[in-house]
Design a protein around this ligand. Sequence first.
Ligand code: FAD
Ligand code: SF4
Ligand code: SF4
Length: 422
Amino acid sequence: MKGLVIGGGVAGLRAALDIANAGFDIYLVERDYSIGGRSAQITKSYPDLTNIKDVLKPLMEEVYNHERITLLTNSEVLGLEGEAGNFKVKIEKKPRYVPDGESCEKCIEVCPVEIPNEFNERLDKRKAIFVPFSYAIPDGCVIDETNCLHFKDGSCSRCKEVCDGINFDQKAETIEIDVGSVVVATGFDPFDPNLRPELAYDKYDGVITSLELERILDEDGPTGGKIIINGKEPKSVVFAHCIGSRDKKVENPYCSRICCMYTAKEAYMLREKLPNAEISACYIDMRAFGKGCEEFYEEVQKKQVLYRRGVAAEVYSNGVNLVLRAEDTLLSEPYESAADMIVLAVGVEPKEGSSELAENLGIKMDEYGFFVEKNMYDPVETEKEGIFLAGCCQGPKDITDSILQGGAAAAKAIGLMGRHSN
Ligand SMILES: Cc1cc2nc3c(=O)[nH]c(=O)nc-3n(C[C@H](O)[C@H](O)[C@H](O)COP(=O)(O)OP(=O)(O)OC[C@H]3O[C@@H](n4cnc5c(N)ncnc54)[C@H](O)[C@@H]3O)c2cc1C
Ligand code: SF4
Ligand code: SF4
């Protein structure tokens, strides 16, 4: 009997590996061009500053090379029928147009199309034929047909002229597979700060999101790890917590759980790069509940990172600096912090496309759009037998908890498939 995992972030990778290692064949369906998920955009992890690439890349390679795992990237689940132990799943597998591993990159040089690079949070550009990121798996180039001129109007085939491997005739195909169980691990999207226009994210280059800062901090990122805003190093930085979380106005009253700690980590890393800058954080209260997190938060404060209680209300420019206006929650009075750079600690939202997937699979979503577990004693099961949840698709959580839930979902899937195999 075979299994299916949907989503190739850390939760899905862990689930796929554990199920495969128990002796079941697994399909891993990933919507993007590469596995890795959001974690691949992050440089180091709190609380011990683990270099993410050092742990994520081997996990991705193990999945890719596992003889029991069939990886389908650029693919999506279209529908599911049947019952636990005997599901029929329809999958659309879209073409990449370039054979896996093909990466001399001459094609990239000749491609005339430049568009914002999503992996680097649109801080730089990529071509229509491109390598998704340095350690993407499958490796090599892919063609993004939405932006490629060959598919738009037939006006270009320059990449094909320098690379025989490229095949524009590849077509999307729909395949049908039989599986006994499904693990859903489709992750999250960060909150869109434009939904709080008073924070002027779109107005000033100095207002950035925490995920943009992750890319800027990365030596492989768009600035080579240099902290540059408006052409120069910022002398002062303010972090604004709880953007798009604990906020009824944007209909996200929940806490996103990860942003207090990832902000502490980003402040620590920023201090290493900007030893003389003023760094402060505007926070409602500190949620440092994971192992080693409270200790790390204390370390961060020793690095001259000033924490002041407040709810971020508005950002404006005074002509010299950006200014964050906040409401001090202890003194019940407003205050202002001027800075060259303001980092919005954006919260966790359900992944785009979750409602379609819920409908296709016949599972439920909560009022915010996260998939719903059966109950608190069965936190990876759904009400539909044979379909399990792992990672941020069920609710906000960090990498360790996502991996834990991936392992727990795998154990349930293995048990179910074992029972149905006998
Ligand atoms: C700014 C920032 C900093 C962070 N820093 C840290 C940190 O230091 N330490 C830490 O522990 N955590 C950190 N996190 C949290 C971490 O990113 C998440 O815990 C982790 O990515 C969750 O993994 P996941 O597998 O659940 O989801 P994801 O990483 O979102 O992966 C989900 C995967 O599913 C795929 N997918 C989505 N929909 C479909 C579909 N319909 N079909 C097929 N595939 C689909 C996606 O393309 C993606 O590859 C940070 C998050 C942010 C935003
Ligand atoms: S055919 Fe498309 S991908 Fe190839 S060079 Fe032209 S625009 Fe770029
Ligand atoms: S983890 Fe911290 S920053 Fe994130 S929503 Fe919760 S309290 Fe706010």
